[in-house]
Ligand binder design. Sequence first.
Ligand code: ATP
Ligand code: MG
Length: 494
Amino acid sequence: MNLSADHSETAADLGLAWNHRFADLGPAFYTELRPTPLPAPHWVGTSPDVARLIGLDPSWLGRDEALQAFTGNTLLAGSRPLASVYSGHQFGVWAGQLGDGRAILLGETANGHEIQLKGAGRTPYSRMGDGRAVLRSSIREFLCSEAMHGLGIPTSRALCITGSPAPVRREEIETAAVVTRVAPSFVRFGHFEHFAANGQEAPLQALADYVIDRYYPECRGTTEFSGNAYAALLQAVSERTARLMAQWQAVGFCHGVMNTDNMSILGLTIDYGPFQFMDAFVPGHVCNHSDTQGRYAYNRQPNVAYWNLFCLAQALLPLIGDEELAKAALESYKAVFPQEFMARMRAKLGLTAEHEQDATLIDGILLLLAKNGVDYTIFWRRLSHAVGNGDFEPVRDLFADRAAWDAWLLSYSELQRHYGRSEAANLMLKTNPKFVLRNHLGEQAIRAAKLGDFSELQTLQRLLERPFDEHPGHDAYAAFPPDWASSIEISCSS
Ligand SMILES: Nc1ncnc2c1ncn2[C@@H]1O[C@H](COP(=O)(O)OP(=O)(O)OP(=O)(O)O)[C@@H](O)[C@H]1O
Ligand SMILES: [Mg+2]
């Protein structure tokens, strides 16, 4: 490849201080290697907010030293790049060894944020892959990371995207990009499955101890499970995952590839591939065109998460040492998910206390939304305004079956009488976003970016960072999807 500049022997000092706690686990967990350079990089998108989060002066996001470093063309001073090994279950089937095939961990900043370059070249875990990510999928990952954060949903973050004219072959020839992403940890269920499947109990325990000491220290002193810290870890992860699923379901988010190697041990949303925020509410919606069996349909996500936790439980079993304890730890998922889901849905309805009728009301509206194919985000936003101003006509307009809507509204109004209208509306407007990253919005930003125009991406980023604000003048981004939106096919190709 003809590189425009070979920066490989200089290190860029952006003033970041580093820790290397994952690397300190030892070579059984990774392979150290340098990112593979890309020619003629350019900035595509940046998040000054994430820069501040990791202790990076945001003014670096525009300078050539940072551009080269975040493309993987120069080493960041103090970093220690590596690709980690993990395994996993993909679409319900044991896939054996996987690993960071195109993501390279640079290390952890002094304030505890791991930094990864996704699309930074081949690694020993690339298998048949080219180690690259295309501009299209990188924009989706960048925007959705920041959108999820804006929605208050646990997620990896994205510092920047850099692009390069280097060609990358997918269904057609596209161009390469690198997303710099950030999370307290990128450890996945699949990391544990890897060592368990290979019968390597010492690294399995070292990994569990690392995760507990660093992220779940409360598990050490547990009085539950006869003081078994590994069972406590399983319970804590189950609870975080349950909360995450409740948040996904409530906002209408489909992940698309809930393989165990895409499940964060911290309960974060990671790996933004063929995800989708639903337009019309379709409970069985499958967003991943490659998911022909519909395994990861919207309404199956909570069960799939539990299935994935079961895989994690099996991996942790040699450490927990007692199947009954592991089962008991998993039980928490079944209690926490419905509880959290109900809490989220109550908030969407502006109900600040619990009532017997809540479940009927929630089931009722979800059924009506599905039967009438109502746009999920628009419905909740209009309902929020209607509760505030008393005019429910714009909501009624969304339903073909007006009689069924009227009947539901009657029972909702009965319950609403217990609350102050403006208090309820305020809660709802902070719970029901005006802006979500619909497929067609991402697509518009991608089309413009491919032509070298990043303004659409920036506008979208600004709206999605504060999705509950009104953003006057930008109603088009909160409108119904155009007809062509339903023809967008998003697959695993990225
Ligand atoms: N283009 C590629 N080159 C090399 N490896 C790849 C490529 N695409 C995916 N992989 C690897 O295939 C496996 C499954 O891919 P998947 O789509 O879940 O992950 P991903 O999008 O690459 O990354 P991540 O989960 O880190 O966000 C992972 O081990 C991943 O690293
Ligand atoms: Mg993945």
